[in-house]
Design a protein around this ligand. Structure first.
Ligand code: GLN
Length: 279
């Protein structure tokens, strides 16, 4: 038997809405594209498009997962970031669009210069790999504390044909070089706020990638206290931060003798990045 794509997607959207999935319409089409190979555009060109029962079943099972608040990216297995495709699973934070601003900033600063870059808490590797791809002469290393996470990052390095060197380390413990740039999007959610996050995030993304402990600032504190020893002369540090952490992270950098500290906003006008120069 064959089933109309139109009916499948309409049912999916209804189910996702009933389960309070905020982008129900978009997600039902993205799943249709992933599983049925049918985009909304393709459907509009041929509104009587049908798929076989097997495919319809696979689609329905995927929709059910989404209705249970599994992140869309865990169903499709990928997330696009800076135009590159990254494999994601429950061992890595799903790359966020805000983080693209951080990468964009660094890429514009680095250009073709032959600089060394360290990505601290690399997760999926999205920051390190994008910089490596976009800055032809940069030498990029990346650190993560979790081996399972590094396995995903290494796979992403291969998938994207990049040259990042990965270091298994608790922050700087196993880092042996100095760098021109240190970048980090560390875990920065205060522990007490984790329970209030969307189910997609708190149940499916790794807590270790989110939890910045009591005040959310633990990793900024640890990184700021050591980063000067791992930066070359005129080196720079780039942090992604939570919307309300600009003042606190600026203060931490000041206390650790960093210079030219700038807090920058994202496209929604919220504090999102802090950049500073070596002491
Ligand atoms: N650096 C990765 C990212 O920006 C992972 C960050 C994290 O796990 N906190 O997506």
């Amino acid at each position: 038997m064959e089933v109309l794509v139109k009916e499948l997607v309409a049912e999916a959207t209804k189910l996702l809405k009933q389960n309070n999935i905020s982008d129900a319409d978009t997600d039902s089409w993205l799943l249709a594209e992933h599983i049925l190979g049918c985009t909304r555009q393709k459907y509009f060109m041929n509104p009587s498009l049908k798929v076989n029962d097997d495919l319809a079943g696979t689609y329905k099972r995927a929709v059910l997962k989404r209705a249970n608040h599994t992140p869309l990216q865990h169903i499709t297995g990928t997330q696009c970031f800076m135009d590159y495709t990254f494999k994601v699973n429950e061992n890595v934070l799903i790359p966020r669009p805000e983080t693209e601003l951080l990468v964009d900033r660094i890429v514009r600063f680095v250009g073709d210069k032959k600089v060394s870059v360290l990505d601290m808490c690399t997760g999926s590797g999205c920051i390190a790999i994008s910089i490596d791809k976009m800055c032809g002469s940069a030498i990029v290393d990346a650190v993560d504390i979790s081996e399972k996470t590094l396995d995903v990052a290494k796979e992403n390095n291969k998938i994207n044909n990049a040259n990042v060197h990965f270091i298994h380390s608790d922050l700087f413990d196993n880092v042996e070089k100095k760098y021109d740039i240190i970048v980090s999007n560390p875990p920065y959610i205060p522990s007490a706020d984790i329970d209030e996050l969307m189910e997609e995030v708190k149940k499916h993304e790794p807590t270790i990638a989110l939890d910045g402990k009591k005040d959310g600032l633990l990793f900024y504190k640890r990184i700021c206290s050591q980063a000067n020893d791992y930066l070359n002369e005129n080196g720079k540090i780039y942090f992604e931060i939570g919307y309300d952490q600009g003042g606190a992270v600026k203060k931490l950098l000041k206390e650790n003798h960093f210079k030219n500290i700038q807090v920058l906003k994202d496209l929604s006008g919220l504090d999102r990045m802090v950049i500073a120069g070596k002491e």
